[in-house]
Design a protein around this ligand. Structure first.
Ligand code: SAH
Length: 462
């Protein structure tokens, strides 16, 4: 147990002054008073601030800026303050160049923390226009003053704040959210209430193909049918000419998971199409698909180039989603084997393979670590392994299996440098070394998320 209230001195509403020394994963500035951390909204490293304490917990407190005594030269003033409090774009107050430098430096520091200092990080590859890049949104829905409302939850609160412009979304998506909300409200469809567990609609999810402009709308609901369903379908169809797929997703559980697994197509197709690097991809509601299509093309191209693929290579694409990485490199290698745990995503990958006339790829639905252990037991010897895991990174079992299979190259596409650095230590123990500078690519401008590519190669001496 942690000692309770090590700094009982700190009180709510108290005012303290200090320099912001760091920034948290949520984009909050960190201030320390007698070693006790205070997390402050809209405070940048290097700034000297007077802070009002808003909440005191055992090991840390929260605060808000009352006065900015010294302002960071990297601060940008803009009207997007709610982007910070909502957590949607917590870095919106930091100049874009400084965001890119911050991300590069963050990787360096995280590697330093695990004892890896002999690694170079290139400058972060950024976007020319780092706003309105997202091809997907999931917006919470609540009743407010008797009206169906879409918006965001302020950090740590359950009160929905109405919002129409999400700043990072493709504007066509934001407009469609408003259209759908108004139609649902017109037909008196209720919003789900977490407390009473009554009401119907939980979220509205929209995806729009960057190249195809095809739109998928998913209404996440606690019922298997909407009231006035036919009228609602007709009105939405009429109001959204780009709509290709309208889906009712059934999610009755008390859970933070936004989408259930049960989808019913109300209008159009079960999937939408989009393109990446000239290939055609179908995407189902439950499949992962990169949210920044512009930088994703750079990411995949860069990862493939850095891997220096060879016509004779057998390539594994682990955490393969709908098969995007594997299928975009298939023409440069002998064969591709993908593994992905979400079955609808694997089904999409099979369709994508056929739709693009690719013969030399196969996709397996399985937990990646389990599959790696199996492959290692069977003596499978890939030449190159791509991994693109979720934020929690790889497992030791997977990395040990890599050690046994001994591919000459291991390409780590990471969305979390903390787990990347942790895994790098184990990969090095398995006889790998980082042979090129790590390349960060800004997949998520204005947020704390950091994407990067690292190439590990088998040490020849081992
Ligand atoms: N490479 C793909 C997907 C990357 S996202 C792309 O760029 O689009 C990470 C993927 O890992 C998701 O599709 C997720 O469903 C999958 N995943 C998560 N846990 C997994 C596990 N234990 N085994 C296999 N795949 C997993």
């Amino acid at each position: 147990m942690t000692s309770k209230n090590k700094q009982a001195k700190l009180q709510k509403n108290q005012e303290v002054e200090g320099e912001v020394i760091d920034i948290t994963y949520e984009g909050l500035g960190v201030l320390k008073v007698d070693n006790f951390p205070i997390f402050v909204t809209d405070a940048l490293p290097g700034e000297l601030v007077k802070v009002g304490v808003t909440k005191v917990l055992n090991n840390y407190a929260f605060g808000r800026v009352i006065e900015r005594i010294k302002t960071s030269p990297d601060r940008v003033e803009n009207e997007h303050k709610e982007m910070i409090s909502s957590g949607i774009a917590p870095l919106v107050n930091l100049k874009y160049d400084a965001q890119l430098a911050f991300k590069q430096n963050q990787i360096k520091e995280l590697f330093h923390k695990v004892g890896i200092d002999d690694v170079e990080i290139t400058e972060t590859i950024g976007m020319d226009n780092p706003t309105q890049y997202r091809n997907k949104t999931v917006v919470p829905v609540k009743m407010q003053d008797g009206k169906l409302t879409t918006g965001f939850y302020r950090r740590g609160s359950h009160k929905l704040v109405p919002m129409g412009d999400y700043y990072l979304n493709d504007p066509k998506i934001d407009a469609a959210v408003g259209v759908v909300r108004d139609i649902l409200d017109k037909y008196k469809v209720s919003a789900y209430d977490e407390t009473t567990r009554e009401g119907t609609v939980r979220y509205v999810m929209i995806r729009r193909g960057y190249y195809s402009h095809q739109m998928m709308l998913v209404i996440v609901a606690t019922k298997i049918e909407l009231p006035h369903e036919k009228e609602i379908i007709d009105e939405i169809h009429f109001a959204l000419p780009e709509l290709r797929s309208l889906i009712l997703n059934y999610n009755p559980k008390q859970t933070n998971v936004q989408l259930g697994l049960d989808n019913r197509t109300l209008f159009g197709e079960d999937v939408i199409h989009d393109e990446l690097l000239g290939l055609d991809f179908v995407i189902s509601p439950n499949s992962f698909y990169q949210v920044n299509p512009q930088t994703t093309e750079i990411l995949y191209k860069k990862a493939a180039d850095m891997a220096e693929l060879d016509k004779n290579d057998t390539v594994i694409d682990a955490y393969s989603g709908i098969g995007t990485i594997g299928l975009t490199v298939a023409d440069r290698v002998k064969e591709v084997i993908g593994v992905e745990v979400v079955e609808p995503a694997v089904e999409n990958a099979q369709i994508n393979k056929a739709a693009n006339n690719i013969q030399n790829a196969e996709f397996i639905a399985n937990d990646a670590p389990t599959q790696f252990i199996e492959w290692a037991k069977k003596g499978i010897k890939p030449d190159v392994v791509f991994v693109d895991p979720p934020r929690k990174g790889l497992t030791s079992e997977l990395i040990q299996s890599v050690g046994l299979m001994a591919p000459k190259k291991f390409v780590y596409v990471s969305c979390n440098p903390a787990t990347l650095a942790r895994d790098a230590v184990e990969l090095i123990e398995q006889g790998y070394k980082i042979t090129r500078p790590i390349v960060p690519i800004d997949q998520f401008p204005q947020t704390m998320h950091i994407e990067s590519i690292t190439i590990f190669e088998k040490n020849d001496e081992n």
